[in-house]
Write a protein that binds this ligand. Structure first.
Ligand code: ADP
Ligand code: MG
Length: 408
């Protein structure tokens, strides 16, 4: 079935054709009809399979058809997301697909001035894509009224229902009408979260497109065993070998992100760090530069592991393994978007073996081992252009030669 055969408003059909969306993806094919029918949906499908449009298309259609209540500060569809970057990105998808539809959309997030957001909300919006912090602020200030909500969407639903955010969800549920349509979309879900989810939706249509391994099938992923202190040399080697490719490199902490950027700078490789310690406007600019290709290597923390859709990412490197096994799936999923292929490689040091085991338990499969020949391993370290390292290396060599003389 093609989008042109769907019973959706012309404004939307025309735009889908224009952006080149001809056929629905699996998850879109399975969810759109139920959402159009007014049912609650809980959908699980791998990363990069088009979940955003799976809810945006039917929501835009329904909002366009029905006038609804649109008072001051009101919102008709609330999409809750875990990060500011995702709020911006998903609001842009609504704006893009809804270009010809009379649907007002706002991305609402913290870290930026609220005045403009408050002004936009004054006349009411149709779609609000929000992170919880700023949203609750504005509700408390009376600048946002969710009492007329028609649709509640949780994207990255498992994370939204997980600890920290669950209280927020419960809070918002108390403020919105019982009679509404609730939609959950996620790539990963566990039993505990599923239970929470069923407390929020009743009689939801459950759609699960999930082969045994949650890592999307178009992503080749492997693990290389590398000592902690040697990781930077292996990253240097990869970035030099595949100079033309676009890389996203995940590290455990903000401090490590900055350190890796500095280490790469020492060897003449330009990279940029993105993490929660950076001012929000700059975070968006960093992501824009990466999206446009002005910067080809992004060193980041798990703040960018969920949902970010940059179709041109060729390679994901887990410089540090994630402590949380779902995040392995999400990080790898930053490549292989849509029908493209992607590659992911993880650096596992001895102290991270436990994380690897947890990942394998979670994905139900052993991660393929990327074998590095011991001679190659040495060469990769010796080939480094790191001046501080080479300085040490010279002393080491000098010491060794001294030793040799002694032997003679
Ligand atoms: P997910 O949320 O499942 O990880 P996204 O919604 O971010 O995936 O979509 C991944 C990519 O697929 C995006 O770049 C999007 O533009 C593209 N895409 C989505 N639906 C279609 C479609 N029907 N045809 C072609 N491309 C699509
Ligand atoms: Mg998504």
């Amino acid at each position: 079935m093609r989008f042109s055969d769907y019973n959706i408003v012309k404004e939307l059909k025309d735009r889908l054709e224009e952006v080149g969306f001809k056929k629905p993806t699996d998850i879109q094919f399975k969810s759109i009809k139920h959402i159009l029918d007014g049912e609650d949906v809980m959908a699980v499908a791998q990363t990069g399979t088009g979940k955003t449009a799976a809810f945006a298309i039917p929501v835009i259609d329904k909002l366009t058809r029905s006038k609804g209540r649109k008072g001051s500060n009101s919102v008709r569809c609330l999409v809750m997301v875990p990060t500011r970057e995702l709020s911006k990105q998903i609001s842009e998808v609504f704006l893009d697909l809804g270009k010809y539809a009379p649907v007002r959309t706002l991305g609402l997030y913290g870290g930026v001035d609220q005045e403009q957001q408050i002004r936009t909300l004054k006349n009411g919006v149709d779609v609000l894509v929000a992170t919880p912090g700023r949203m609750f602020d504005l509700i408390a200030q009376g600048a946002l009224d969710v009492s007329g909500l028609e649709f509640l969407v949780l994207d990255e639903a498992d994370l939204m229902l997980d600890l920290g955010f669950n209280k927020d969800i419960q809070d918002i549920l108390r403020k919105i009408p019982k009679k509404r349509q609730t939609l959950f979309f996620t790539a990963t879900i566990d039993k505990q979260i599923k239970k929470l989810a069923y407390d929020v939706v009743r009689d939801a249509i459950r759609i699960q497109i999930s082969p045994k391994n949650p890592v999307a099938g178009n992503i080749e992923h492997a693990v290389a065993f590398v000592e902690m202190d040697h990781k930077r040399f292996f990253l240097e080697n990869m970035l030099k070998e595949f100079e033309e490719l676009k890389f996203i490199v995940f590290v455990r902490t903000k401090v490590r992100a900055e350190r890796v950027v500095a280490a790469m700078e020492r060897v003449g490789i330009k990279t940029e760090a993105l993490h929660g310690g950076i001012e929000q406007k700059e975070r968006f600019s960093i992501l824009d530069r990466f999206r446009s290709g002005e910067n080809k290597v992004l060193i980041t923390t798990d703040v960018a592991c969920r949902g970010i859709d940059i179709p041109t990412v060729d390679y994901v490197i887990n410089y540090d393994l994630p402590e949380n096994p779902e995040n392995y799936v999400h990080r790898c999923g930053r490549t292989g978007r849509g029908t493209r292929k992607g590659q992911a490689l993880s650096f596992c040091s001895e102290s991270e073996n436990l994380f690897l085991q947890a990942i394998e338990l979670y994905t139900g499969e052993e991660v393929e081992h990327y074998h590095i020949d011991p001679a190659d391993y040495k060469e990769i370290i010796n080939d480094s252009d790191d001046p501080t390292y080479n300085w040490k290396k010279l002393i080491d060599q000098a010491n060794k030669e001294d030793g040799k003389e002694d032997e003679w």
